[in-house]
Design a protein. Structure first.
Length: 145
């Protein structure tokens, strides 16, 4: 299984964390930041639209979990606090809902929520900069590969 990238969106639709495990094909520049911002907006828009479509067609009890294209599979997990965890993997990977739940419980809650120095809100797109969370996430994902 190959993991391409991981995103966390807050309840204000801002991407507060993004991590990629594959080398970028874009040259390093300020345009790369703009392209990354565009990527996160596209991912959130897709997730938001599909989640709303699933709720309208199936009711409030149904949940959007994942979708697959010819190039990747997107896995989605929404927390009770309206944080949205998104994981992009190869098309052959099984459901990663439990993995996203484990990231939320074992890494996010432990290293970010319980950290008294971490901000509760990430206004203006201010991202999460927690070294323990980043190291734990990287180790956890590399253990899956």
């Amino acid at each position: 299984m190959v993991v391409y990238s991981f995103y966390i969106f807050d309840r204000h639709t801002e991407c507060i964390y993004a991590k990629s495990w594959l080398p970028s094909t874009r040259p390093p520049s300020s345009r790369a930041d703009v392209a990354r911002s565009d990527d996160t907006k596209l991912i959130f828009g897709t997730v938001f639209s599909l989640r709303n479509m699933v709720r309208k067609l199936g009711g409030d009890d149904d949940a959007f979990i994942s979708y697959r294209t010819g190039q990747y599979k997107l896995h989605y997990y929404e927390t009770p606090a309206n944080l949205r965890f998104v994981l992009l993997t190869d098309t052959q990977s099984p459901s990663m809902r439990n993995v996203l739940h484990q990231i939320y419980i074992n890494l996010w809650v432990e290293y970010v929520v319980k950290n008294p120095l971490a901000p509760v809100e990430h206004k203006g797109g201010e991202g999460v900069t927690n070294e323990l969370f980043e190291l734990g996430l990287d180790q956890f994902i590399r253990g899956l590969m």
